[in-house]
Design a protein around this ligand. Sequence first.
Ligand code: NAD
Length: 519
Amino acid sequence: MTVSPPPGYDGPSLADLAADVSTDSDETLSVSAPFTGETVGNVPACTPADVRGAAERARETQQSWSDRPVGERAATIERFASLVEDSRGDLLDLIQIESGKARLDAHEEVLDVVATTSYYADRAAEYLTPERKAGVVPLLTSVHKHRDPYGVVGFITPWNYPLTLAVSDALPALLAGNAVLVKPAEETPHTALFVARLLREAGVPEDCFRVLPGEGKRLGEPLVESVDAVSFTGSTAVGREVAAQAGRELVPATLELGGNGPIVVREDAPLGRTVTGAVRGGFASAGQLCIATERIYVHESRYDVFCDRLVERVRNLDLGANFEYSTDVGSLISETQLSKVQSHVDEAVEAGATLLTGGRHRPDVGPLAYEPTVLTDVPDDTAVACEETFGPVVTVTPVEDDEDALARANDDPYGLHGSVWTGDPATGKSVARELDCGTVCVNDAYISMWASTGAPMGGRNDSGIGRRHGDEGFQKYTETQSVAVQRGHPIAPPAGVPNRVVAATLSAYLRLTRAVGLR
Ligand code: NAD
């Protein structure tokens, strides 16, 4: 099978994309295709000096980008969305070449970018319109809140959603008037470079969206030092390092980190739909999804039938390493991921877990293909139970009632996303409110939440700090400036009036405004 690129690919060659990287370094990153393991490209690896240089150029260009009327920036970003739609087939090929995911999973990324663009392009002008606030002395104090871009925002992104995570969070930053520098994952730089091309073609100045491929541990520090705000998406361990550095530099940081997604299957859950959702939640992008389902808690009265039906569906999933829509589950990204998934499953089985289906590496399908796997009787202290596996593996555990399910689901350091399955949506919503996660779906795995762009998403606890989507997803790329204009005498002791009188007058004024509801 050929992976580089498949027949019908009409986009830029991978070598051509690599040539867009601006560096004098002769070091390279070798990029391989998970479907075959073959090397598909060598991308120049940026140096810390490249990062600092790119930040300087971004800073010089950012002002003219931010001076453009917001409507003009929105029109540019809308053009980008149209180019993404026009290039959909090529983007899907590229995402699949670099990440090894199934085509339907890659398709979700394209949909996400287009939907996010429209959402923020439609609202950018409103977000940036100065807001009038109540002044301390009615009629005499007029106050407005303004929003300014930070300047240059740095993004450090993972490999699992190479299109979405390289650009969807950056779109509101650009719309707010910032310049953006992206350090993509080592495994997937070409997709980010293709995005940069499309943004340029749409009219975003080259230095306002730069992709800086290279090693995270080498480029992370110079990036955080050079920018005015940071958005990190990746593992909790690296997120802590980025947060510490952002703390030293006093730059705001958003951290979108790992998860160990729980789902609660109530006694009244409609099993057909619940199993469909559990399969999507557990095996989309071969489980390499931060908001994936990893732990399933099922009411004990439905446990046996749920397991039977889940296993039947999982056994019928088409595991593949190809560009066809017929494949349900694609490859893992790397040997590192494969050995992590394999060790989590093997350790659980050795500790007494029951393997209901899967549990095997499938080199006959692809070098990094791993069977969709269902485990039960999993001891609580095994890695698969208490850590993020980030692979096509779910565990199923019987529970006595909602309380038991919630106690188990919340007994976890993460808090990213979960779901509740029930025939009674109102109770489902109450149970959802008790799950200690930043987002929860009732009767859906994750898409109804992710694709509802108006609602903020992000993690609690070890899953991160900050939110994407919704108003928060735009506002975090701006800092406010409030301006108060006072008419008449300034609020200061008038000449010749004793301070005691001034203090008494101010207290009386505060009492009056509280009494008439002006505070
Ligand atoms: P990772 O943390 O290893 O790498 C993420 C990025 O950080 C990469 O670009 C990497 O080069 C860079 N990096 C590595 N070391 C660094 C350092 N010392 N300083 C600065 N940057 C550094 O994560 P990964 O393996 O690429 O991605 C998988 C993880 O990402 C999973 O834990 C997953 O849950 C998480 N994730 C979270 C979300 C979310 O929205 N919460 C979304 C996708 C993935």
